[in-house]
Design a protein around this ligand. Structure first.
Ligand SMILES: NC(=O)C1=CN([C@@H]2O[C@H](COP(=O)(O)OP(=O)(O)OC[C@H]3O[C@@H](n4cnc5c(N)ncnc54)[C@H](O)[C@@H]3O)[C@@H](O)[C@H]2O)C=CC1
Ligand SMILES: O=C(O)[C@@H]1CCC=N1
Length: 269
């Protein structure tokens, strides 16, 4: 268990998913996590849900945290940093999770040296299956980076990447759960169309996506080889594959994800 106080400024969709993961994994006791948000309704909900300490005062979180997550929307970064920059301990490690907010831009908002890790998590943190990327700045020691890595590992998998990859990471993992939910929703709609009750359709679709993802991760086989193993000659699967190819599934997904990456680059300017 970590002897560290973890702070969250902002605890909406992404912040609460990470808080759920951190407390659910047992990495730190709930009493060592403190979070602030904009409204009493949000902080009360988070307190009830996870049993952590909450406040409406960002400075309280900033003063107490050894590791401080900035989990507000990107456009609020400058405003929130202005509010907390003079009370954050110089030993604290700041973890930024916002899309399109570079290390240089965030350091500029602080205006003095800070220990900073830029990250891109995703919401499956809530079920301990996040895929996250991290880039530390030069002020973060290897030991501090290890602590941050252990936090991200508590709610999924993470890798340290060069900052130049962060826009691509946003496309392939930060935002991609949304595209996968759309795929699952479409599979379930088709199953309902074909007569299956809806609740059962979501279960069959989601478990099939989970199983296929595990096959890629655990067999190490190329996705194309795994696809070939499902396609019997003249069988059912190849009929679906042909229909998906006709509708340009792969180039549609590539173009969508590339648009996401380009949007992240645009937000960084
Ligand atoms: N939602 C996602 O799947 C992912 C989001 N992110 C990043 O996470 C950040 C937060 O996104 P979401 O959680 O989706 O947004 P959200 O809108 O669900 O949550 C934002 C939180 O910030 C709080 N907040 C607003 N103004 C505040 C202020 N002045 N001081 C303190 N708290 C304040 C709100 O009460 C809320 O709890 C963004 O920067 C986003 O780029 C990163 C990866 C994935
Ligand atoms: O849509 C967004 O901008 C955020 C960043 C990654 C996922 N959600």
């Amino acid at each position: 268990m970590l002897e560290t106080t973890i702070g969250f400024i902002g605890c909406g969709n992404m912040g609460s998913a990470m808080i759920g993961g951190i407390t659910g994994s047992g990495l730190v006791p709930a009493s060592k996590v403190i979070a602030s948000a904009h409204t009493s309704a949000t902080v009360e909900k988070i307190k009830d849900q996870f049993g952590i300490r909450t406040t409406l005062d960002n400075q309280t979180v900033a003063k107490e945290a050894d590791i401080l997550f900035l989990a507000v929307k990107p456009y609020l970064y400058a405003e929130v940093i202005k509010e907390i920059k003079d009370v954050v301990s110089e030993d604290a490690v700041i973890v930024a999770i916002a899309a399109g907010q570079s290390i240089e831009k965030i350091e500029g908002c602080f205006g003095h040296p800070v220990k900073l890790v830029r990250s891109m998590p995703n919401t499956p943190a809530m079920v301990l299956e996040a895929m996250s990327a991290l880039t530390p700045n030069d002020n973060v020691t290897p030991e501090e980076l290890d602590t941050v890595i252990s936090i991200f590992n508590s709610f999924g998998k993470c890798e340290v990447v060069p900052e130049t990859l962060m826009d691509a990471v946003t496309g392939v993992s930060g935002s991609s759960p949304a595209y996968v939910y759309m795929f699952i929703e479409a599979m379930a709609d088709a199953a309902v169309w074909d007569g299956m009750p809806r609740a059962q359709a979501y279960k069959f679709a989601a478990q099939s996506v989970l199983g296929a993802a595990k096959m890629v991760l655990e067999t190490g086989k190329h996705p194309g080889e795994l696809k070939d193993a499902v396609c019997s000659p003249g069988g059912t699967t190849i009929a679906a594959v042909a229909a998906l190819e006709k509708q340009n599934l792969r180039s549609t997904v590539m173009n969508a994800q590339h648009a996401c990456t380009e949007k992240s680059k645009e937000m960084s300017k």
